[in-house]
Design a protein around this ligand. Structure first.
Ligand SMILES: [Zn+2]
Length: 295
């Protein structure tokens, strides 16, 4: 059976069936389709109760702001990327989890707001991180009623959304002229995906509803009056996900113990050996983009 692509409405054949190999919350099978026209990879149907597939410990909250300070060091590269393109102003993060990036953005002098679907994360963001966080799983209405932002960030969020295209419409409509969208998401042209297929950890069925080719996302954002300033699979976050992908691919069947640790090392070795391929621009497991609004 074919399903209609949500981007270009082309009838798309079944690509493969996958399962929740990462979290094992369910034994269900999930069907992914690949559009022959725009190459979008999408799950269909999108499970009705997506929240069910996020375990309670999906976001493990830091114990304190000091704890957050230590953890957020891994996210420094994100704020460094954004600062290269726009150094101050109103910044919104959609889907910040417990807020490593929002914390760093606030520290760097941005006026920070957040939209987060997880209640506990939202409480942490408001009470500990000290940013204005709205608890909501649909950012579109909020974007329509908020004053325009200079920066809107979606770090590994778009692939989770049941309504990615209307969310991008709302993001770009809200941005100030000269403002930027920063977005990172898994790369369907990744070397790892070619090797692992439906077992690819960054497919993360069923939580990742779509995997968007860079070319397609570029086309979508350009149609909304945006121009590319950065498109790369070689930033620090994408490189980290290359290593994580191999480690997790080998170790995830074993929940804990020494065998898991040994398999992690096998994964790390595979990542090291294959890094000359994965570090070729376009072949990495994820990509990061910055687009600026010109019209
Ligand atoms: Zn399509």
């Amino acid at each position: 059976m074919k399903k209609v692509c949500s981007y270009c409405q082309t009838e798309s054949p079944l690509y493969f069936c996958s399962r929740d190999y990462n979290r094992k919350i369910t034994h269900e099978k999930f069907d992914y389709y690949c559009c022959p026209q725009c190459k979008l990879i999408f799950i269909s149907p999108i499970p009705d109760d997506l929240a069910y597939y996020y375990p309670e410990k999906y976001h493990s909250l830091p114990k304190s702001v000091e704890d957050l300070e230590a953890i957020s060091k891994n996210e420094n590269y994100k704020i460094e990327i954004v600062q290269r393109f726009l150094g101050k102003g109103r910044l919104l993060e959609i889907g910040p989890s417990y807020g490593g990036f929002t914390y760093l953005a606030k520290k760097a002098g941005y006026e920070v707001d957040a939209i987060e679907m997880d209640k506990n994360c939202c409480r942490f963001l408001n009470e500990v991180v000290g940013v204005n966080a709205i608890n909501c799983n649909d950012s579109i209405e909020i974007l329509q009623h908020k004053a325009a932002y200079d920066v809107i960030a979606l770090w590994h969020v778009i692939e989770h959304l049941p309504n990615p295209w209307s969310t991008l419409d709302a993001v770009c409509a809200n941005l100030k002229p000269g403002g930027v969208i920063v977005l990172a998401t898994p790369n369907p042209d990744a070397f790892q995906f070619k090797i692992m297929g439906r077992y690819w950890p960054h497919l993360d069925a069923p939580r990742h509803a779509i995997i968007i080719p860079m070319k397609l996302l570029t086309e979508k954002l350009e149609s909304l009056g945006m121009k590319a300033e950065l498109i790369t699979t070689k930033d620090k976050g994408s490189n980290y996900l290359d290593v994580f992908g191999w480690k997790h691919f080998f170790r995830r069947r074993i929940p804990h113990g020494n065998t898991r640790k040994a398999l992690s090392k096998v994964g790390r070795l595979a990542a090291f050996i294959l890094s000359p391929i994965e570090r070729i621009e376009g072949k990495g497991s994820a990509y990061t983009i910055i687009f600026r609004k010109y019209s």
